[in-house]
Design a protein around this ligand. Sequence first.
Ligand SMILES: [Fe+2]
Length: 379
Amino acid sequence: MNAYNFEFQIKTKIKFGRNKITEIPAILRKENRKKLMIVVDQGIKQAGILAKVTDALADQVDYCIFDQVEPDPTLAIVSAGVQYAVEEEADAILAVGGGSPIDSAKAIRSALESEKMDTEAELTSRQCLLITVPTTSGSGSEVTKTIVITDSHNKHKFAATSDELAPEISIVDPELTRTLPASLTAIGGMDALSHCVEAYTSKDAVLPFEMIATKGIQMVNDNLRPAVGNPDNMDARTGMSLASLFGGIAFSNCGLGLVHAIAHPLGGKYKIPHGLVNSMILAEVMNFNLISNPAKFANIARLMGVDTSQMTEMEAAHRSIEEVRNLVSDISIHSTLSDFGIENLEEIAELALEEKVMLKSNPRPVRKEDIVQILENLL
Ligand SMILES: [Fe+2]
């Protein structure tokens, strides 16, 4: 693919802005929906965020709550959600949370639709409406057509992509991220940065999404430090909500790369939070990919505030890696892979090589020994 030869369509209607969740009852009325199933996890409930959403529904909406979502959702959780939706006759699903509740809700809606194909009446019934409400800034899952589900038997995460998985509506209300703890703000922000960097440097990058991804890189650089350092800085929080959204839109259309190919087996096997894995490996993978497109990596340095006017292109490109390392250090992420007892690098490398969709868009061809070397450099 080349950057000036493309087609694209974004299925999801995005409503972005503070206090946008108050519009949910009107949306459901307009869509003529009778029963809403809210999909959340316990963390969202305990943080009081679910209450903010149900307050916004007031007594205008008939709703039920499926709260069994866990981090790294499994097929069993999806199956329980489908059963509950059928029992409750839900015709709309509202996913409230980070990547786990949103991915679960996408999978539940998708499975629900295939179950409905049994009778003629069901075939003609309308699709269950899916609305996403992100409460973290990072996964971008609110707008993507991708889900990541854990196969608990094989301790492996797998990603599925399909147009049907994309939500119809996403309500991105930065107010909901106000109480997000600093550590989750930090690793979510690094996930968003990874999406933007991988989409921008992807072999399948096309111009409209390069523009979105580069703006996302700039927004992470401008806003992640103040969002971590001062939780009430709503301008920074708003910037990070936008960066997450931009990352999701960009990688949905340009693909990801080696960071995520390595992150999935590491996350699946060692239960390391996704954003934390990315924080640990992003700079090292950029270092490996750098020679595939020095001009783009030099531009990343500029987007991260470096004056490259007196540098060669390669000097500037190397500075992008330094800037990512500085950012990770500034937001107090000091973990390394050694902290998690990572062993058997060969096995991780083999599993990463199975992530063929991601490796196809990685800017540099990858061999098993390259992945082992990257991991060794991180121990
Ligand atoms: Fe990610």
